[in-house]
Design a binder for this molecule. Structure first.
Ligand code: UN1
Length: 496
């Protein structure tokens, strides 16, 4: 019998109340990793109840003390980095070096945001009356719900959980159905770091049922969601009816622009890494290459040659460069887009098919002769498919970059400082890279995008606190008399 991965509610590991289970499998071997609690609405309610009970005490624990627990989380992640990374490669397929990077991102977040325990800065400003003081403070909001994807199964939960906790909130966490074992490993770190019972709760199971229950429940004040646009917008609408704050991180259709004067070898390396790293399954992955006419043929040839040499396989093998797609459905979806690309008249240069053998592998795929309005140049594919689009000028390249429904990440390769600064000014994405691919954001800066990528919120950086706090403005009048703001100002001037 395989192990059962359970929910973590109120400091206890519990099966689903219904007793239902599902399985989590390794996408490289298709072997079952474990059985998992398949939760229902009643489990969600229990988790929210536990979080609600734990909130008053956690909220009043001085933030520097909360920060110390986050530092312990960081320390435990350092100790467990290899173990969690190996589990990650097995549960969702990314190659081991990238899995280590995923855990590292959470370590970085723990130490960065743990430090906020001694800041959480508000501000004071002068007030218009004598003997009166004003200040603005960040306050916690209560119970927050976090719904995360499988592609960064430790890093993204860290972007949400750690800022939520440092600010004094309690958490109900629902990880993706493809990565429940990692969700449990994440909860275990909090347990072992000594986080009080009920402050962090884990509910495993189907996204629709659990997500809807979280959006409907009156005791959940904030929902932070990363995933598909379709699900995100549905959740947003549902939560809006109850007046909840929602932070969304949705799709991307990111591009690298390569100008004729670019450092050629650097551009080749960066494109391969951003397009085919994580098997193209990053929100930040490069799926469009917008290349200036003069360098197009040479760059295309180099990319195709190199893409064909990429080593596919089980990511536990350190020499493997590209792992499988996360599941059978994801691979079917990628192939559907490849068929669409062919029918739209794009020219398939390499890949375009399943790799042989077990596991959900797909060959790194490059299309040429893609025009900006084709479906494969507009929609998020979330797989190892790169579309090459030609542009004649910087202006045209920027226009093509900006004319998609998403706005997460963009990049330009040029040695011309004027072109670089024009691009910084005119690229309308939330993240812009110069002479670097579209992936690899660091946690101390805001992460998120414009247009269909989100709803104006940002994760990471100090902006993460905006999702998980409310502002409280405080006025202290120590004059001992009624001083009417906006009205008694003349009296003050005349000294009466
Ligand atoms: C994602 O793909 O959802 O910037 C997150 C990056 C990583 C995070 C990606 N640090 O590529």
């Amino acid at each position: 019998m395989t192990e059962l991965i359970k929910n973590y509610i109120g400091g206890e590991w519990r099966p689903a109340q219904s007793g239902a289970t599902f399985t989590t499998i390794n996408p490289a071997t298709e072997a079952v990793i474990a059985d998992v609690a398949k939760s229902g609405v009643e489990d969600v309610s229990a988790a929210i109840e536990a979080a609600k009970r734990a909130y008053p005490k956690w909220r009043l624990l001085p933030a520097p003390r909360r920060g110390e627990i986050l530092y312990r989380v960081g320390q435990l992640l350092i100790e467990r980095k290899e173990e969690i990374a190996r589990l990650m490669t097995q549960e969702m397929g990314k190659v081991i070096a990238e899995a280590r990077g995923d855990v590292q991102e959470a370590i970085d977040m723990a130490f960065y945001i743990g430090g906020e325990g001694r800041r959480l800065l508000g501000y004071t400003a002068p007030v218009e009356m004598p003997n009166k003081f004003g200040m603005a403070l960040r306050d916690s909001v209560g119970v927050v719900a976090l719904i995360t994807p499988w592609n960064f199964p430790i890093a993204i939960p860290s972007w949400k959980s750690l800022p939520a906790l440092i600010a004094g909130n309690t958490v109900v966490f629902k990880p993706a159905s493809d990565t429940p074992a990692l969700g449990a490993a994440w909860a275990k770190v909090f347990q072992d770091a000594g986080l009080p019972e009920g402050v962090f709760n884990l509910v495993l199971g189907p996204g629709g049922v659990i997500g809807d229950a979280l959006a409907e429940h009156p005791d959940v004040r904030v929902i932070s969601f990363t995933g598909s646009t379709e699900v995100g917008y549905g959740l947003y609408a549902r939560a809006a009816r109850r007046g909840k704050k929602v932070s969304l991180e949705l799709g991307g259709k990111n591009a690298i622009i390569v100008m004729d004067d670019a450092n050629f070898d650097l551009a080749v390396e960066a494109i391969l890494w951003s397009a085919f790293g994580t098997t193209g399954q990053r929100c930040t992955a490069t799926s469009r290459l917008i290349v200036q006419r003069g360098i197009r043929a040479k760059l295309t040839e180099a990319l195709v040659e190199r893409a064909k040499q990429l080593k596919l396989g089980d990511g536990l093998d350190e020499s493997v460069q590209v792992g499988p797609l996360v599941n059978a459905k994801a691979r079917e979806n990628v192939h559907r887009y490849v068929e669409i690309g062919k029918s739209e008249g794009a020219r398939l240069l390499c890949g375009g098919q399943y790799a042989e053998g077990r596991g959900f592998f797909y060959l790194p795929t490059i299309f040429d002769n893609v025009t900006p309005q084709m479906c494969i140049a507009q929609e998020e594919i979330f797989g190892p498919v790169l579309s090459i689009i030609e542009a004649s000028s910087l202006e045209e390249a920027i226009t093509i970059n900006n004319s998609v429904a998403y706005g997460l990440s963009s990049s330009i390769f040029t040695e011309n400082v004027n072109a670089a600064f024009r691009a910084i000014r005119d690229l309308t994405t939330g993240i812009v890279y110069i002479n670097h691919g579209t992936t690899g954001a660091e946690i101390q800066f805001p992460f998120g995008g414009t247009r269909g990528t989100g709803n104006g919120m940002r994760e990471a950086g100090l902006t993460a606190l905006d999702t998980f706090t409310e502002w409280k403005s405080v006025y202290v009048d120590y004059s001992g008399r009624l001083q009417r703001a906006q009205i008694d100002t003349d009296a003050i001037l005349s000294g009466s």
